[in-house]
Design a protein around this ligand. Structure first.
Ligand code: HPA
Ligand code: ZN
Length: 329
């Protein structure tokens, strides 16, 4: 496609990508060989099969199995720098990388050691690959109150220097069970100056997005694609220009939409919503950030100007200050 070169050359930022979910296939195979006996396969072909998902719960199970291979802080630093390398090669200048510190705490890594690895990786990513890395800490919702506590404790008491945001991911349908714990964690994180950047409306409906806005003080919405079922919510998101972190291939791979052609992205744009394009867990979904821009161009007939608008949206929706944004725009 003639847009491929345009997409490659476009200076980009990535706002929605998970640390473990961006581990390359060779990296995951190396970790699996180092820690054999678990469910993660040891060959590339078998890993590709392992990355075919029936639905979101199946995806979450696979994601957890890969997370469990990350055993020491050195692995955490290696994952960050590997992700930075892969993004820099796509002309991504800045990434807000979602880390789930609870998944590293639960295999016995001390918080200060995780933080030291994250800090060191920011410096290495900048020096080796010329990309700026910032972090978002997210609560894995399936682990409930213990995860809310561990994530908040880490964010407040051992924050990496580049920590900018606080989020929540995993299965949205368990949030009601831990409503107060999750809301209280966001309240405390925001009071400490972190931006509120939760997932919402990926696999459940508008009520989850309302809750993210009203109870978590959400400043952007991870996915948010299911907002279209509620016209009043659509009007609210449009009026306040709340950015949506849209990840089209992810939604196909976890079964939220049947094919990319069925993805609601064009309707989000028609409604005047603030759309950004993101990759979520790129090797697990066999995609990349540039792949998402190309897929959007092909599936929805977007042109160069539309793609440039989406890329600019992401820069403006980022946590970069005005000077940092100007360096990219
Ligand atoms: N949604 C929820 N949880 C996740 C995701 C996601 O897109 N990626 C990794 N964990
Ligand atoms: Zn995500």
């Amino acid at each position: 496609s003639p847009l491929t070169a345009f997409v490659d050359a476009l200076p980009k930022v990535e706002l929605h990508v998970h640390l473990v979910g961006s581990a390359s296939v060779p990296t995951v195979l190396e970790l699996a060989r180092r820690h054999p006996g678990g469910p993660v396969p040891l060959t590339e072909e078998a890993l590709r099969d392992f990355y075919v998902f029936r639905d979101f719960p199946h995806f979450a199970e696979v994601y957890l199995a890969v997370s469990d291979l990350v055993r020491d802080p050195e692995d955490v630093a290696t994952l960050v720098v590997g992700t930075a390398r892969d993004l820099a090669a796509q002309n991504v200048r800045y990434v807000e990388l979602t880390v789930t510190p609870y998944s590293h705490q639960r295999v016995g890594m001390p918080m200060p050691a995780i933080t030291e690895a994250l800090d060191r990786a920011v410096r290495d990513a900048r020096e080796r690959h010329g990309i700026r890395v910032a972090y978002i800490f997210d609560i894995p919702a399936e682990f409930g109150e213990d995860a809310a506590r561990g994530t908040l404790d880490h964010a407040l008491n051992h924050p990496p220097e580049a920590l900018v945001g606080f989020g929540i991911g995993g299965d949205e349908s368990v949030r009601a069970k831990h409503r107060d714990a999750f809301r209280d964690a966001f309240t405390a994180a925001r009071a400490a100056g972190l931006r509120s950047l939760p997932h919402a409306g990926e696999m459940t409906g508008p009520e989850t997005i309302w809750e993210a806005l009203e109870h978590y003080g959400a400043e952007r919405i991870g996915h948010g694609t299911n907002c279209l079922a509620d016209p009043r919510l659509v009007a609210h998101l449009r009026e306040h220009q709340i950015p949506l972190e849209v990840c089209p291939t992810s939604n196909v791979c976890t079964g939220q939409v049947a094919t990319i052609a069925d993805h609601p992205l064009p309707h989000l744009l028609e409604e005047g919503l603030y759309v950004t394009l993101n990759s979520d867990d790129p090797p697990m979904f066999n995609t990349t950030l540039t792949g998402e821009y190309r897929a959007a161009a092909e599936a929805f007939g977007l042109g160069a100007a539309d793609l440039a608008d989406l890329a600019r949206n992401a820069v403006r929706a980022s946590c970069l200050d005005a000077a940092g944004q100007r360096e990219i725009l």
